[in-house]
Design a protein around this ligand. Structure first.
Ligand SMILES: [Zn+2]
Length: 530
């Protein structure tokens, strides 16, 4: 190696050889080196606002600088993001159901949990009403609140979409801010969500371990999305019948109706909800990291194709099998590694780009897409010039890359771009095969969609019933948001490298389009376009 570096000419030859080798037969070595740094125990799970996240942000900024990209933050490569954090003081909080027959005190952590993403009021006493899926979707002629008076009441509902509502529309209407907006409009003051066990990514037993972790909100009051809701509660589905007692309905009956695609019942619950909630608050500073690879077209270079991925993960939490560091190797050190790999290869290769490509590593995704919301609403470039967002979150390179799953495939003409690019690489593409999981609104592309930017999210796909499906499902059950999403797991680095090539080619294609991307005329999300 040292000999190779001894003359400039030889060094240049070496670089060319290395980069053409990287382009012809990428093996994922450099990609994995980024994952290794970011998911190392030393970074303690990169929780938003922690030293571990700051170290990760510094690493990303350094990699951008090394790749020769220009800073695109407000403070060099960084965009500071101010947050408020709220944690429940469970010892000072309680939840009970008050019936004529007496008061049933629920066990927090076991029966139900009080959410803190919307800050709960200190005390509340309210009527409860069960309202199906708790949704009102005029464009689909669907209304769970028809003939139901929810004013001053707390709405109990089954999580998940009603059948026959298209995936993206259903997903949007189920987002926290949209639910809060609709409920406030109807006069409801809070919500109680009962998960459908069939749609739970994380079993209750594991999700409840994280209940005392602080939730966060953007500090900027203009970006508050609680719409005045006073309480949010998540119910353990295994113990959901406690909430329905005396109503003449059971949770089994409701689940059976949901599974059969039948309408869900709507009924008053003969119990009052009494809540005491004490919280601990703190101010938190975190950061997005942004860099730009400038385009070359005299006019189009002022337009930006965003590549986003979240840098944060869950930090240190309740130990599982003796491990308390939630490393987030696949979620989403892998996506940031893809960003750094592409930033480096696009710059190295000197690929001609008409538009600029803006790389944004965002914070606060796990806290509710906060960093991307902040960037999308307070962008460091002219908001009107952001023409597309391509997001990569948990793309799961756990098996060979043969099929690409494209979230938002039929929503904008970016769908045609990605299919063309994938075909050129011999990769088949499919739209979201599991629209009920709402993945189109569950990562940072959604923050860009909400400000009108046509967006896609990409992952490795698999066929139904295939061994790959089994691997992905097992990963979700065992490692998703668990300490075992660490460096000690089987990863297909070759697949990751091939995925990186595809994303790079997609960015190149979108950057070089004549016209900026457009939502489809029949896309629900077109309404957000300015
Ligand atoms: Zn996650």
């Amino acid at each position: 190696m040292k000999l190779w570096k001894s003359t400039l000419a030889l060094a240049a030859l070496g670089a060319i050889a290395a980069s053409s080798q990287a382009a012809d037969k990428p093996d994922g070595t450099r990609w994995w080196s980024h994952v290794r740094f970011l998911a190392d125990d030393a970074l303690e799970g990169r929780n938003t606002g922690t030293e571990g996240h700051r170290k990760a942000a510094a690493y990303v900024a350094e990699a951008f600088a090394k790749a020769g990209l220009k800073p695109a933050g407000t403070d060099g490569y960084f965009q500071p993001v101010s947050l408020h954090s709220t944690a429940l003081d469970e010892s000072q909080s309680s939840l009970s159901l008050v019936r004529n027959s007496g008061t049933e005190t629920l066990t927090l952590g076991e029966d139900a949990n009080i959410g803190v993403r919307v800050e709960p009021v200190p005390a509340l006493d309210a009527e409860l009403v069960f309202a199906g899926y708790g949704l009102s979707i005029p464009e689909a002629d669907y209304d769970d609140f028809k003939g139901l008076d929810v004013r001053g009441k707390v709405v109990v509902y089954l999580s998940g979409p009603p059948p026959s509502i298209p995936g993206p529309l259903a997903a949007h209407m189920q987002s926290a801010h949209e639910r809060a907006r609709v409920l406030s409009h109807l006069g409801a003051i809070g919500l109680v969500a009962i998960a459908n066990p069939k749609n739970m990514d994380i079993p209750w037993e594991r999700s409840t371990l994280a209940r005392l972790m602080p939730a966060m909100r953007l500090a900027d009051p203009a970006l508050d999305e609680s719409h005045g809701q006073k309480i949010t509660i998540a119910v353990n589905p295994a113990l959901a019948d406690k909430w329905l007692a005396g109503s003449g309905h059971t949770f089994t009956e409701i689940l059976e109706a949901a599974d059969a695609g039948k309408p869900l019942p709507h009924f008053p619950i003969p119990a009052r909800l009494q809540v005491k909630a004490a919280v601990k608050r703190a101010a938190v500073e975190s950061q997005n990291v942004a860099a730009v690879l400038p385009g070359t077209d005299p006019t189009l270079k002022d337009e930006y194709v965003v590549f986003s991925a979240h840098l944060d993960h869950l930090g240190v939490g309740k130990p599982i099998d003796g491990d308390s560091i939630y490393n987030g190797a696949m979620d989403n050190a892998a996506g940031i590694a893809t960003m750094l790999e592409i930033a480096t290869t696009l710059k190295e290769s000197g690929t001609a780009l008409r538009r600029s490509v803006l790389f944004v590593a965002v914070t606060g995704e796990e806290k509710g897409l906060l960093g991307s919301r902040y960037f999308a609403t307070r962008p460091t470039v002219d908001a009107r010039k952001i023409v597309a967002d391509i997001n990569v979150d948990m793309f799961l390179p756990l098996f060979p890359f043969k099929l690409l799953t494209v979230y938002g495939m039929h929503e904008s003409d970016l769908g045609e771009d990605v299919v063309t690019v994938a075909n050129g690489l011999g990769i088949a593409s499919q739209p979201d095969p599991e629209p009920k999981r709402n993945l189109f609104i569950r990562s940072d592309q959604y923050s860009f969609i909400r400000v009108g930017v046509p967006s896609l999210a990409l992952k490795l796909g698999f066929e139904k019933g295939s061994p790959e499906e089994k691997i992905a499902k097992e990963w979700l059950t065992k490692r998703y948001h668990a300490p075992s999403d660490d460096l000690d797991q089987p990863v297909d680095k070759q697949a990751a490298a091939e995925f990186d090539v595809l994303v790079a080619k997609l960015l190149e294609r979108v950057a070089n389009r004549d016209a900026r991307p457009r939502w489809k005329d029949d896309s629900f999300f077109k309404r957000f376009a300015k």
